[in-house]
Design a binder for this molecule. Structure first.
Ligand code: WTA
Length: 650
């Protein structure tokens, strides 16, 4: 059966930045003459203090991996996101802040106001001794101060690392220590969906495990009472009133790190993905404008959290570099009820809306009653990100939100890629539900044979997805561990950046991402290393061994399925199951809580002791009929026991 294809409407094509012919020509130029293509884009899109003379200097060869763009150029990211807009759009809204509680008035922050807030915030950081290259941890709710803090770092050349407010004190401490942060910025508490997360007390707990030199900057947001440690804790808002309202920008090299963002991999602890100042900003700006077909005056809403890369690129850096109006939403889609998204779109006349398939599925489950009666007529483009979107959710989004008329951009990318890699363009690409379609400019995807590692030339094929050459938004290194960077992304398939995803390519050359091929699972669009959950579980005194895999989950996309072997004399009980769930929540955060825990007296292992995850995955998927070759198992009877007592019988 041929897939249904949705061509862009005439209306979209007419006003679009890029149409089908434009896409072809620009794509060709971007891969055939990257220096000219990206050199021009960088000169046009960004303000440079010192122009660059060299565009691209990159090498994917294992042992000498090097990613450099515009290396001798000098610029400042905050200047590009704020100052240069003041003359023409100082009074335009830069950020619309929509608070968690719909009764609390929204805020409209103009570019002039943003300039002052960011400058004051930067002066607060300087007063704390934060210097160029120092690391600053940001552990904040989705409030304007999160954007101020990020841009304040950029203004003075400090490197920020945002930690999602849903992470636990332990996870926060690990990140503070890994990058040896000088300062952590937090708030008293974070309201979300009518509940509050005590961020300051989490930070207090984290800081017990960190150097006592780390200063704690607190944004008093809710007014909740917190403990206060003199000489360590600083009231940010009070300090902002005292410092000067302007702060000179610091000229930075294009390759100076802008931020570190920790992300899960298949092994070990989360790694600090490092992004650059010049290449990253260029890529953020270009993708935000072109993928969403953003035009001056539009209101752009990316519903992600700034704790993830999507929030970095498409709430803060991309839109602000383009002088856009960007919406920041503190709440959740289902509170006070499942119409909140549609209320916000109506209230702020949103033109582009970007969310995750898991949110769409959650809302789809609540029925269309919550959509009806809301004026969504301002919408022009819809987007999704984070995981493959199932055609059912795509169709629901298309029918009920897009009213069958709007382009849907299904954007495939990663923390590591900085911005969109494979995505439709609204005025150029006919879409097919479930396909991320075609590469963005400069991106050269290849499908590799998973075992041989060779490039598959046939258009229609299936294999692992890799990228043949660098693009400006690519991560530069793993913080403090360049060897790990090379090993993680360039060692499995020599000469390519290996993304960790599987894919298929159809007869039209469209890419369909089939999900992770490593031990990373995607829970509600959040990346989770199974190894992290396992090490949290085995850290519990009653647990001897644990193996964690993903399984299909109706709303979350994937759920977390944990096989747990208890210590010899421990009784498996429902209370213990609850205890372990709570344990993982506190060790990592609520997003890591296992959905299903199966007691496993034994785990299937090879004779050399390696756990056979393939089998565990099959059992978790309730697809144990086709376990494949089990002949290498040390004790095949273990498998029958696990099947017998499996937890997912859906
Ligand atoms: C998955 C989020 C299919 C993929 C920006 C990738 C997707 C991982 C899509 C990165 C999509 C993201 N279709 N899968 N449109 N977008 N993914 O680092 O497995 O949090 O490797 O970045 O999410 O997750 P990350």
């Amino acid at each position: 059966m041929k897939d249904t294809t949705y061509p862009p409407s005439d209306a979209i094509v007419a006003g679009a930045h890029v149409d089908a012919a434009g896409y072809e020509a620009m794509y060709k130029a971007s891969v055939e003459t990257p220096d000219t293509f990206w050199g021009e884009e960088a000169r046009q899109r960004l303000d440079w203090i010192e122009p660059f003379t060299k565009v691209k200097d990159t090498d994917f060869t294992l042992g000498q991996v090097k990613i450099k763009w515009f290396e001798d150029g000098v610029l400042n990211v905050a200047h590009n996101c704020i100052d240069r807009h003041l003359a023409t759009r100082g009074e335009q809204t830069a950020i619309i802040f929509e608070p968690d509680d719909p009764q609390t008035p929204a805020q409209h922050i103009t570019y002039n106001e943003l300039h002052e807030k960011v400058s004051r915030f930067a002066n607060v950081l300087l007063a704390q001794g934060v210097m160029r290259g120092d690391r600053v941890i940001i552990y904040l709710p989705m409030i304007p101060e999160a954007a101020y803090a990020m841009l304040a770092c950029a203004r003075i050349g400090a490197i920020h690392s945002v930690v999602f407010a849903g992470f636990s004190p332990d996870a926060l401490a690990n990140r503070i220590n890994d990058c040896q942060a000088k300062v952590v910025i937090t708030a008293d508490s974070a309201p979300r969906g009518g509940r509050r997360t005590p961020l300051k007390s989490n930070t207090d707990a984290a800081l017990l495990h960190c150097s006592d030199k780390v200063r704690c900057l607190v944004v008093k947001h809710t007014g909740d009472q917190t403990t206060w440690i003199e000489d360590r804790d600083v009231d940010v808002k009070a300090m902002m009133e005292q410092v000067a309202p302007d702060c000179p920008i610091r000229p930075m090299g294009a390759e100076d790190p802008l931020f570190i963002l920790y992300t899960s991999g298949s092994t070990g602890k989360p790694k600090g993905v490092v992004h650059s100042s010049g290449g990253y900003l260029l890529y953020a700006s270009m993708t935000q404008q072109i993928t969403f077909d953003y035009h001056d005056g539009d209101v752009f809403w990316c519903g992600a959290d700034v704790g993830w890369v999507t929030g970095h690129t498409y709430i803060v850096y991309g839109p602000l570099a383009n002088g856009a109006t960007t919406l920041m939403f503190e709440g959740v889609p289902t509170w006070p009820d499942a119409s909140r998204f549609w209320q916000v779109i109506e209230k702020h006349k949103v033109n582009q809306f970007y969310t995750a398939p898991t949110a769409i599925r959650a809302l789809m489950g609540q029925g269309t009653g919550f959509v009806e009666g809301h004026d969504l007529s301002t919408l022009k483009v819809l987007g999704t990100v984070g995981e493959p979107i199932n055609p059912e959710a795509w169709n629901w989004y298309n029918d009920n939100i897009g009213k069958g008329k709007l382009p849907i951009v299904d954007t495939w990318w990663q923390t590591e890629t900085g911005g969109h890699m494979i995505t439709p363009l609204p005025g150029a690409t006919p879409t097919k539900p479930g396909s991320a379609t075609l590469p963005f400019f400069g991106v050269q995807p290849v499908v590799l044979d998973p075992t041989a590692g060779t490039v598959i030339d046939e258009t229609k094929c299936e294999g692992v997805l890799a990228i043949a050459d660098s693009w400006p938004g690519q991560m530069r290194t793993v913080w403090g561990d360049h060897e790990r960077f090379e090993k993680t992304y360039f060692s499995d398939y020599k000469g390519y950046y290996f993304a960790g995803d599987g894919c298929r390519r159809d007869e039209d050359g469209y890419y369909w991402i089939t999900g992770r091929v490593d031990d990373v699972i995607n829970v509600s669009g959040h990346r989770m290393g199974t190894a992290e959950v396992e090490s949290a579980l085995v850290a519990h005194a009653k647990v001897a061994e644990a193996a964690v895999v993903g399984y299909p989950h109706d709303v979350k996309g994937q759920g977390i399925y944990a096989y747990v072997t208890l210590m010899n004399d421990i009784e498996p009980t429902d209370e213990l199951r609850k205890e372990l769930e709570t344990w993982v929540r506190t060790e990592i955060g609520p997003i890591a809580k296992p959905d299903l825990i199966q007691w496993a007296p034994g785990l299937p292992k090879t004779r050399s002791g390696k756990i056979m995850r393939r089998i565990l995955r099959k059992i978790a998927e309730n697809d144990y009929g086709a376990l494949g070759d089990t002949s290498t198992l040390a004790d095949p009877s273990v498998v029958d026991e696990l099947i017998e007592n499996r937890m997912n019988r859906g």
